[in-house]
Design a protein around this ligand. Structure first.
Ligand code: ASP
Length: 338
């Protein structure tokens, strides 16, 4: 009774809500969920070798993150580690495998957010940063800003020992052929007054809950094939493609960025949990299958609740995705809708 009295008084004075939002009832559990993009990914369109390569890469990314979480590391470190594996693989549209802009360049975007402090870092339009997620993190931790763009972001990278590479590092024949194919299709579509068809996205993202009960989310991308130079998608926009808050959830998105920005997808999912007590799956489904789909957007999200529950939601044929938890530590990788 006495305790309750004190707690109520502290609550009224606003003291309880001022305590750090860290360790909680879920102490010492961890969860990790990742994605490698969504789109028209069907069994028919995939060879056994390609499917196996994606499964190995996603498992590697999960295991890198798991090593961090298992040893008591932070959600931020786990997210960074998992995303770096996917950025270094040419399978995904991030880092090494980034898609090309209309004029044949690679412009990379990334963001990371800490659900404990609500600190965030984002970078956009960089052409020489090998692992854009590391630069987003440096912006969050070592600058007083949230987002840096283009030459400014690269100058910051140089000053903060972030690994830089020649822009030619990002050239892959597969992505270049995709650019040529999209440009040809666009030209034909214009002649037919028809809109371009199927998309395949390959953005990468990770969301983790660490043993201290803290959530982090991150996303890294080359954007959309054939995008205009200077175009910025949802991935580096806090609240659109990336968001984390210990009170509710962490989210990373992939899809037609313009729609994800307008639907503020990532923040909306967390807000439905925080203000309307939706489960993480209900919130993700509401935003993807109702709000985003109604606007005309394609893609999906991974989301992770403060209690470690994991949700996927996407309105495409498939999404490269995987998860593991402290109770099921073996990587579970999935690609197709069913
Ligand atoms: N959402 C990314 C963008 O619009 C693309 C993707 O997910 O592949 O930049």
């Amino acid at each position: 009774m006495f305790c309750r009295h004190i707690l109520v008084s502290l609550g009224v004075l606003g003291v309880i809500s001022a305590l750090p939002q860290a360790a909680s009832a879920q102490d010492h559990i961890y969860s990790l969920v990742i994605h490698g993009g969504a789109g028209t990914i069907t069994r028919d369109s995939m060879t056994d070798e390609t499917e196996a390569a994606y499964r190995v890469a996603l498992s590697d990314a999960l295991m890198k993150g798991r090593a961090v979480l298992e040893s008591g590391g932070t959600a931020l470190d786990a997210v960074t580690a998992s995303i770096m594996v996917m950025e270094d693989s040419d399978l995904f549209n991030a880092g090494k495998g980034a898609v090309f802009t209309h004029d044949g360049r690679n412009e990379l975007d990334a963001a990371i957010m800490d659900g404990r402090t609500l600190n965030a870092g984002a970078i956009t339009g960089v052409t020489r940063v090998r692992n854009p997620i590391t630069l987003a993190r440096a912006v969050m931790e070592q600058s007083r800003h949230v987002m840096l763009a283009r030459e400014g972001a690269e100058a910051f990278a140089r000053d903060h020992d972030i690994t830089l590479v020649s822009p030619t590092y990002f050239y892959t024949e597969r992505r270049y052929q995709q650019l040529l194919a999209v440009q040809k299709k666009d030209k034909e579509a214009l002649l037919l007054l028809d809109a371009p068809g199927d998309h395949e996205f390959g953005t990468v993202g990770a969301v983790a809950l660490d043993k201290d009960g803290n959530i982090a989310a991150g996303t890294s991308t080359g954007g959309l094939t054939n995008k205009m130079w200077g175009r910025i998608g949802d991935s580096p926009i806090i609240g659109a493609g990336t968001y984390a808050n210990n009170k509710s959830c962490g989210v990373s998105a992939t899809g037609t960025g313009e729609y994800f920005i307008r639907a503020t997808v990532a923040r909306e999912i967390c807000a439905l949990m925080e203000y309307k007590s939706y489960s993480v799956q209900q919130a993700a489904d509401q935003v993807i299958h109702q709000n985003l789909t109604r606007l005309g957007g394609d893609g999906g999200v991974i989301a992770l609740a403060h209690d470690g529950a994991i949700a996927y939601s996407f309105n495409t044929e498939g999404m490269y995705r995987g998860q593991l938890t402290s109770t099921h530590p073996e990587p579970k990788v999935e690609i197709y809708k069913d």
